[in-house]
Design a protein around this ligand. Structure first.
Ligand code: ACO
Length: 429
């Protein structure tokens, strides 16, 4: 018999198996706990709760490790592309040259969106946030295209996945054009995934735009850096919604909503707002560090801290390298980079942050590159959503295929009133 954990309640002992992952992670399998003992566990924020068994992404938060299907994120950033990463996450292995070519042409084929969806854009007010538009449009995809649920054929799910990965970038660009009163630019078959996206964003009828190689490479690197991150808030939202057998588009749309929050993907926009504020306020980084440490103040340093990483976020390390390489070249020098570097240096030496193991996370440096590429701040979280698309889909697929797939339905400890009688309105005090 393998390792077991014993729980003793009121003098009676119960044994539960210990599951061991391929990287030696250990979890107590309490799936039979309530049935055997009548008790449940309480774990607000899921600090200690594993909700699934997964073979997609491995994170070691103590050592700062992130791997997609075993491949370190640093190697992916150096050698791979976003499209190749999408394939890896969908199929669990890197593609051959032929497979990659076929997958890329599939993405090209699906890049146009139904004209009806473009018209939907007209009903959003001009100031609408692009994340709001994107979430709504992705949900609307299920009305315009055949949707797939857990019972669909694998082939249909794969087509739907490719459609989503391709169309999300078209929809994202549309939402930007709409918010800025600009005409929509259609996708082009001759451009790569990221070049196509940059073209749909920045091309104009009066000024032909050609994305330079470095911008395309940076865009691609940033997208693949965000491609999956196991059971974070938005991915858990996708899995939870999908567990009710809601279709893929509806499930992903809920992930987009979850990502929008400033404690999650919305942090990249919050970081840029914070750095700009520090800059306009004279560049006094210490003042903001002190504010973040002051428990009577709700202010937090955006871009620092992570539920899992208690060491430097490996994605932040890679992005910081690109950030300094790109911006120190001169032309695009941004004063916010200087503020970010100074803030990081001070934070890493401050006991408050050291004791709590708060390091820069993925959102801390990404915005500086997005800004250098020409993106407005309110598009940053949309870029995160495009990058995360293959991860959400892979996790949804894994969840729906799992042999123990069940609707997600947590329990609670009830602390409200005990049974009492309904009081007619004329007798209430
Ligand atoms: N600034 C100041 N203090 C912080 C910060 C921060 N950015 N982050 C955490 N702390 C403090 C908390 O006040 C708490 O202090 P205490 O122990 O004295 O009460 C301690 O560190 C632990 O923080 P929690 O909020 O309990 O940690 P949790 O794991 O629940 O939250 C989170 C993680 C949400 C990321 C948090 O660190 C945070 O709010 N960071 C800023 C927002 C951010 O950058 N989010 C992006 C995360 S990456 C991503 O989602 C893609």
């Amino acid at each position: 018999m393998g390792e077991v954990a014993t729980i003793t309640i009121d003098g009676q002992s119960y044994e539960f198996p210990v599951l061991v992952g391929s990287e030696n992670e250990r979890g107590i399998d309490i799936r039979s706990l309530r049935k055997e003992t009548g008790y449940i566990t309480l774990d607000s924020g899921y600090m200690n709760t594993g909700a699934c068994i997964s073979n997609i992404t491995f994170i070691d938060g103590e050592q700062g490790i992130l791997r997609y299907h075993g491949i370190p994120i640093e190697q992916m950033a150096e050698h791979s592309s976003f499209v190749e990463t999408c394939y890896l996450l969908q199929h669990g292995r890197l593609p051959t040259a032929d497979q990659l070519k076929r997958f890329s042409s599939l993405l090209n084929e699906f890049s146009l969106v139904h004209e009806g969806m473009r018209q939907l854009l007209n009903f959003f007010p001009l100031h609408a946030h692009p994340m709001n538009i994107l979430g709504s449009l992705v949900n609307a995809l299920s009305s315009f295209y055949p949707h797939v649920d857990a019972n669909s054929l694998t082939e249909a799910i794969d087509i739907c996945a490719a459609r989503l990965i391709s169309k999300v970038r078209t929809l994202a660009a549309y939402s930007y054009r709409k918010a800025n009163g600009l005409p929509v630019v259609y996708p082009r078959q001759d451009l790569s995934y990221s070049a196509n996206f940059l073209n749909m964003m920045f091309s104009s009828p009066v000024n032909d735009y050609v994305a330079d190689e470095e911008s395309v490479r940076l865009m691609d690197m940033l997208l693949l850096m965000h491609a999956d991150h196991e059971q974070n808030c938005s991915t858990s939202a996708v899995r939870l919604v999908g567990s009710s057998q809601a279709n893929l588009y509806a499930s992903i749309s809920s992930g987009i909503s979850a990502l929008w929050g400033p404690l999650h993907g919305g942090a990249n926009q919050a970081v840029m707002n914070m750095l700009s504020q520090i800059h306009e306020d004279g560049g006094d980084t210490q003042k903001y560090i002190d504010m973040a440490k002051d428990k009577s103040n709700k202010f937090r340093l955006s871009g620092f801290g992570h539920r899992v990483y208690k060491n430097y976020d490996p994605r932040a390390r890679v992005i910081k390298k690109y950030c300094t390489n790109t911006l120190e070249k001169g032309a695009a020098k941004d004063p916010l980079l200087g503020i970010a570097l100074k803030l990081e240096e001070q934070v890493l030496q401050d006991d408050y942050f050291i004791e709590r193991k708060l390091f820069p996370n993925v959102d801390f440096y990404s915005g500086i590159i997005y800004k250098a590429l020409g993106f407005p701040t309110n598009m940053f979280t949309v870029l995160f959503a495009i990058g995360r698309m293959p991860g959400w889909i892979a996790q949804w697929k894994e969840m729906t295929n799992a042999s123990d797939a069940k609707i997600g339905r947590p329990r609670q400890i009830y602390t409200g009133a005990q049974t009492r009688d309904y009081v007619p309105i004329d007798q209430r005090l």
